[in-house]
Ligand binder design. Sequence first.
Ligand code: NAD
Length: 345
Amino acid sequence: MSIINFAVIGYGGMGSYHAHNLIPAESTRFHVVGTYDISGERQQISKGKGLHIYESLDEVLKDGNIEAILIATPNDSHKEIAIRALRAGKHVVCEKPVAMNTDELDEILAVVKETGNVFMVHQNRRWDPDFLIIRQLYQNKTIGDIFQIETRVQGANGIPGDWRHLEKHGGGMLLDWGVHLLDQLLWLVDSPVQSVHSDLSYILGDEVDDGFMSYITFENGVRALVEVGTTNYTKLPRWYVKGLEGTAKINDWDLSGEIIAATGRKDVAAPTPIQAGVGLTKTMAPPSEEATEKLAFPEPKADFVPFYQNFYEVVREGAEPIVKNEEVRKVLKLIDDIFESCHKG
Ligand code: NAD
């Protein structure tokens, strides 16, 4: 099958990662030809790495040798670049968040429909090993039916970079990390969202949120707490998940943590009361030894192919995209609702 030639628009942190790591990882399918970035400095770095430098987006779009483009510019520019690229006959991979809001996304999707070109959003955290473990626990009911999910990312370095501090560029943590955690959650729990309560934080005094907490209830009864923080000097676990027959905790990206499952044995001794602070408790005492067992995490395996392999198969073979535009829209609509609810109090 023939190679797909890519151009990267926005050769910053993520654009260069796509150009040198993600796209070349599928080297029998893709070739990165060149880049376009509004920053001369970034263009020079790209040139130094042997990539072709385009002087404008128009020049990229007029190049008949380019079949697909990757958009890795600040969030407010995704829509215009995507629409122009699709109209120029290119397939598009777009970084997350796909756009600033669902109205913008709907404009893009209208052009996708009109042109028939492929448009896929890089919701790459569906492939994260920690998420793949949680997904297997959820699907295989390893700890019984999961009814509560806490998913968090917490840093202590504030909002990074420049444009992420500004509303006009689509800055803030809900659009940045929130879109990842909400995408994972909505993909995991296959049930409509029933209610959302959220709180954006502005601790650092920026015009955009530096973190948020959302409490989401799904129609199937699953409840989730989603939290992003940038002022956390010590962290809570990345995942804390409760099932009817056990509890799982993944501490961090290193996949440390534990699964404690109920053995279901009937003949176990009652827990012994413990001294707790200045009081006594049986309720909060550890279960007796025979009542629980420690289980190993499953291998973090995906039952779906890597992102760029899937993109290739979608373009060349008409395969089903793993990241579907209607799923991306659902997440963005939820983000719209969270912003609206928080801004209107
Ligand atoms: P960045 O600031 O490092 O890079 C952005 C680059 O785009 C800069 O070099 C800038 O000069 C260039 N640029 C700005 N406007 C442009 C335009 N109109 N045309 C061409 N170039 C332009 O930002 P980043 O961290 O790389 O983020 C870029 C995008 O990637 C954002 O949408 C972000 O949310 C996303 N991202 C995704 C992940 C992920 O894991 N999926 C991780 C980081 C960033």
